[in-house]
Design a protein around this ligand. Structure first.
Ligand code: NAD
Length: 290
């Protein structure tokens, strides 16, 4: 396929490289970064999108996505697919999809989980929203860039799935970290805490697969001085998107709200910027109830 790839940052660059390695013809554009080897460099986003069968975007936020979409949708060939893999607000995802479909294109919102490691290894999970035809057109590319793609329903539902998942993740990480810090103060060894919880009803992905305590459980960013991994500011971005969405539809999300508040303080005032989101554990260690 002829693929246009716009946004070649930490995630987009290895994703585009995997498409090239699978034999696709990829033309890329980024305002700042260079194209990875094998990706033909376009001078503008429109040039990358012209004549493409599929355009993939991997951009920082909804405002930038809307601006790029407004530029490229009129330039794309009818029947081509606009596949946005960025994490953005549900409203922007739906607005861009409406514009694309209105212009005779197929549209998929397909945010990912799996991080930079998953993007490089081609093992991302895609959560996709859009018509059956749009999903079918994008699926062979999801199979190259990832190990799993779930069609979650119409446009915007991929973003909805992503922020609901990450709202659970943020709240669960906080719950796991505060429980470790309490256990420390009660004199319970961390290894004992892990051995019990990881095989009891408090188990979770954050405990079992990504344990925030260094030296305990499988390898995780905690074992590498809390270098991300999944940075706290990216978790905060997703939590904020969850609260923005909850406000739009009047959903009561008290745990998501509190998680957003805690990650806001952590990132903005408590030195969490640039640390993995599991660095909430040393943050709790230092704090008392006051
Ligand atoms: P990044 O900042 O490394 O990459 C974004 C790229 O977009 C940058 O290279 C930037 O120059 C480019 N860009 C910005 N405006 C542009 C424009 N108008 N035209 C062309 N290029 C433009 O970010 P990233 O880590 O690659 O993340 C991309 C998206 O994926 C984000 O929405 C993020 O939330 C999501 N995501 C990231 C991770 C992760 O672990 N990094 C995991 C899952 C999802």
């Amino acid at each position: 396929m002829k693929i246009g790839f716009i946004g070649l940052g930490n995630m987009g660059s290895p994703m585009a490289a995997n498409l090239v390695a699978a034999g696709h013809d990829v033309t890329g554009f980024d305002l700042v970064t260079d194209c990875p080897t094998g990706v033909l460099k376009a001078a503008t986003a429109v040039e990358a999108a012209l004549a493409a069968d599929v355009v993939i975007t991997m951009l920082p936020n909804g405002a930038i996505l809307r601006a790029v979409a407004a530029d490229i949708i009129p330039a794309m060939s009818k029947g081509a697919a606009f596949v946005d893999c960025s994490t953005v607000d549900v409203e922007s995802a739906r607005a861009v999809a409406d514009d694309a479909v209105g212009a005779g294109l197929l549209a998929v919102d397909a945010p990912v989980s799996g991080g930079i490691g998953g993007a490089s290894a081609g093992t991302l999970t895609f959560m996709a929203g859009g018509s059956d035809a749009a999903f079918a057109k994008a699926q062979p590319l999801f199979d190259i860039m990832g190990q799993k793609a779930v069609h979650c329903g119409p446009s915007g539902n991929g973003q909805a799935a992503k922020i609901c998942n990450n709202m659970i993740l943020g709240a669960t990480m906080i719950a796991t970290c505060e429980a470790f810090a309490l256990a420390d103060k009660l004199g319970l060894e961390r290894q004992s805490m892990f051995d019990v919880v990881s095989t009891s009803s408090g188990y979770s992905w954050t405990m079992n697969a990504y344990c925030p305590a260094p030296g305990i459980g499988p390898q995780s960013p905690a074992d590498n001085d809390y270098k991300p991994g999944f940075a706290s500011e990216l978790m905060l971005k997703d939590l904020r998107l969850s609260q923005q969405a909850a406000e739009t539809v009047d959903a009561d999300t008290p745990m998501g709200k509190r998680a957003t508040e805690l990650y806001t303080s952590f990132v903005e005032d408590e030195g969490g910027l640039g640390s993995d989101f599991s660095a909430m554990l040393p943050r709790f260690e230092k704090k008392g109830r006051g």
